[in-house]
Design a protein around this ligand. Sequence first.
Ligand code: FER
Length: 287
Amino acid sequence: MKDLIRSALLAVAAAPVLACAVELAPDDVRAFAAAPAGFSEVRPDIAHGRVEAFSYDSPVTGTRRTANIYLPPGYPSPRKLPVLYLLHGIAGNQHEWTGYVHAQAILDNLIADGRAVPMIVVMPNGRALPDDRPPPPDRTFTPEHVAGFAKFERELLDVLLPAIDARYATLGDRQHRAIAGLSMGGGQALDFGLGHLDRFAWVGGFSSAPNTRPASELLPDADLARRRLALLYLSCGIQDGLIRLSQDFHRYLKQHDIPHVWNVDEHGHDRESWADNLHHFAQRLFR
Ligand code: FER
């Protein structure tokens, strides 16, 4: 319920940017058919993973911070697992993917059907500020608040990654580490993932926000990108006023022959798009 209120507030706060005119190119189409009915609903007949809280000290904020961790059914298993870092939007927190998007059901269903490999999913709070609660709507887009999302880069790389690898049975190398996010978190995933291909081989930006650095800055060396990226996945809905940014990113990748998935769906800046894209992205990871 809280997440629904939060997204409704965001819709009001972000209305001017999200209402931008959308122009579509011929290749702005779905890469995959819509997920099957019920893909994000809890199925009582299958094994379920669990979500637990993981706390760590952040030298960036000077506070103790908490991430949510999805552990697949049967964890701990004899085998070490790959890890996906999954980042929320500007008005969300570590509960947004599970609460609003139903990520836990999506992952459980894919794993039960053998369509995704069992993985640990780390859902941190990507707002590296001493007060990391979603602010009231009139402060959602302040420079201070937006800066908190950029400050998360050092905390993620220097503190959270090593802490997760120490606490959980992870494989811990770049080939077994992915990063993706929605909107503000999509921008973070592209900035941090593509900016640190020594740490991540799988990167996804869903409805990425204007905190995304230009593709020319993130991937100046196309050859290196081709060699290091296992998957680069971009998506956006045709009703999302932020689509221009992803279209430009896709165009740059195409011009420079950098393989990627470009999935344009019929949705807006909303859970329908993010749930569908998590479903498609997760099943392509670590294979
Ligand atoms: C902006 C429009 C939208 C922006 C961020 C967003 C930093 C983020 C939206 C979201 O996370 O849902 O101009 O600037």
